[in-house]
Design a protein around this ligand. Structure first.
Ligand SMILES: O=P(O)(O)OC[C@H]1O[C@](O)(CO)[C@@H](O)[C@@H]1O
Length: 510
């Protein structure tokens, strides 16, 4: 049943009206157990949810909503490998990439064998490149899901990245990016990884062509040694002239693909064992999502909180604040994950929805954000739930830095909640501003894997309740078609049929 037609939705609407004056300070004063009942330990991730605008009654109603919209059966259908991405008639099985070898029978046994049959040579190749001292620079050319995940992960795990090799990520069709990277490279020391699920994406193909030209112009000859393709379209890669290929399958969505061959730069950076640990951490979260009861299931609790905020309290965005500089690409990664998955205006049957879906995601690492936009979070007119992410143990030994960092994270969450109500005018903080606090013991391949799988599944949960298809992305197509048309007009100068603004811009540029 569509979520807004369920009894739980009606009950939540009434509950939201009834709790209009909800105040975090009062809630903590009234319930000594609040910090405990509204927290959750999941594999590698502890979550303090208690500074959110919910209480146990809200959560119980949200879980009811999940039941009435069939969340559990939808989740189970994904884990059975059913074609839940029905607009593309595809299964959604990125989780299978993290499943231990031989651990599934029935219809999933064969794809799981394929997964491990592909993973093993990919990891062997990663180890070969790690041992190859001549390769000092690895350049990943890809965009969207073929860029953001590996880039985020290589940066996040920089402490365990192999010394002596540099990793570059080129995504934009803007030639300034590729030219800037190429400037510092030598053909004989460079490995280009052309990462594209479809092997048709204009940006990636344009960059790949220019990289190949540059390689040849530098005197490079051995393309098989210096270029590898990571793709589901091995035939297109071969046609392009790349014979070293690592494949994956159409049941892996681009934004869910860092666990596949798209993760090769990560595997080269952190090694085969590191990559296996990343997969194992994510698998631990998959199991938690599949088996924990709804009330103790962290992806479910987070995803339902997202629904509560979006649809019942009308908070339209969520800010991400990783208090760890190595997680600085995480907000960009999560933007694609959430907004490309859940930025949909129709339900699974194509009917327009009368309620909101994906929030806007944004953010920067702490404490930097504090000195930039946190002003708005504390005293602006909109309420923006904030998601803090912090790591207990640092990997450096600079005295006091980490204590200061973590103290700031806790203090910001506290300031948002407590406010400063005894001061007037410009110095008044209303407080009662919501936040979630995610805490990892250490930032390792395994904990990063768990954190990312947690985010994937929370996006699944809200998307499932909203009744949308979180696994297609038709919204990116129109711009691609129009760009082709405008590109052709750039050469010809023909503006017939164009709107006056686009025609004017084109003429100015020409
Ligand atoms: O890996 P590909 O096929 O080059 O696609 C890159 C990205 O482009 C998109 O299709 C959007 O245009 C994303 O979903 C995807 O991650």
């Amino acid at each position: 049943m569509r979520c807004d037609q369920t009894p739980a939705w009606k009950a939540l609407t009434a509950h939201a009206e009834h709790t209009t004056g909800f105040d975090l300070r009062t809630a903590f004063a009234a319930d000594a157990q609040r910090a405990y009942t509204l927290s959750q330990q999941a594999p590698y991730v502890f979550a303090d949810l208690s500074k959110n605008h919910v209480d146990t009654a809200t959560e119980a109603l949200l879980q009811e909503l999940a039941r009435q919209t069939g969340l559990e059966s939808h989740r189970d259908a994904m884990f059975r490998g059913e074609a839940i991405n029905h607009t593309e008639d595809r299964a959604v099985m990125h989780w299978l990439l993290r499943q231990p070898e031989g651990s599934l029978g029935g219809a999933l046994a064969e794809p799981l064998t394929l997964v491990h049959g592909t993973l093993a040579p990919m990891l062997a190749y990663a180890e070969q490149i790690r041992a190859d001292a001549q390769i000092t620079d690895v350049v990943n050319i890809g965009i969207g899901g073929s860029d953001l995940g590996p880039q985020m992960a290589v940066l996040a795990l920089q402490d365990v990245v192999i010394p002596g090799k540099r990793f570059h990520f080129v995504s934009n069709v803007d030639g300034h990016e590729l030219a800037g990277v190429l400037k510092g490279l030598k053909a004989e020391n460079t490995l280009f990884l052309i990462a594209s699920k479809t092997f048709t994406t204009t940006e990636t193909m344009t960059n790949a062509r220019s990289a190949l030209q540059w390689f040849k112009a530098q005197g490079g000859v051995d393309v098989a040694r210096h270029f590898a393709a990571l793709t589901t379209n091995v035939a297109a890669a071969a046609e392009f002239g790349i014979t070293t290929t690592f494949g994956f399958w159409d049941w892996v969505g681009g934004r869910y693909s860092m666990w596949s061959a798209i993760g090769l730069p990560v595997a080269i950076a952190i090694g085969a064992q590191g990559f296996k640990d990343l997969l194992a951490g994510a698998h631990a979260m998959d199991q938690h999502f599949q088996t924990a009861p709804l009330e103790a299931n962290l992806p479910v609790r987070l995803g339902l909180l997202d629904v509560w905020y979006r649809n019942f309290l009308n908070y339209t965005s969520r800010s991400i604040a990783p208090y760890h500089s190595a997680l600085r690409r995480l907000p960009a990664y999560l933007q694609q994950l959430e907004m490309e998955s859940n930025g949909k205006r129709v339900d699974r049957n194509g009917q327009a929805l009368p309620y909101g879906t994906s929030p806007v995601l944004w953010g920067e690492p702490g404490t930097n954000g504090q000195h930039a936009y946190f002003q708005m979070l504390h005293q602006g007119t909109d309420i923006v739930p904030l998601e803090f992410m912090a790591v207990k143990k640092p990997t450096h030994n600079l005295a006091d830095h980490h204590e200061l960092l973590l103290a700031n994270a806790i203090a910001q969450a506290q300031a948002l909640m407590l406010g400063q109500t005894d001061a007037g005018g410009h110095k008044h903080f209303t407080g009662n501003r919501p936040s979630t606090f995610l805490l990892l013991d250490e930032l390792t391949p395994a904990s990063l894997g768990a954190l990312i799988a947690l985010q994937e599944h929370r996006v699944f949960v809200s998307g499932s309740v909203w009744g949308i298809n979180s696994f297609d992305q038709w919204g990116v197509e129109l711009g691609k078609v129009l760009a082709k048309d405008i590109h052709a007009r750039m050469a010809s100068g023909d503006v017939t049929g164009l709107d006056a603004s686009s025609a004017g811009l084109l003429e100015r540029i020409r």
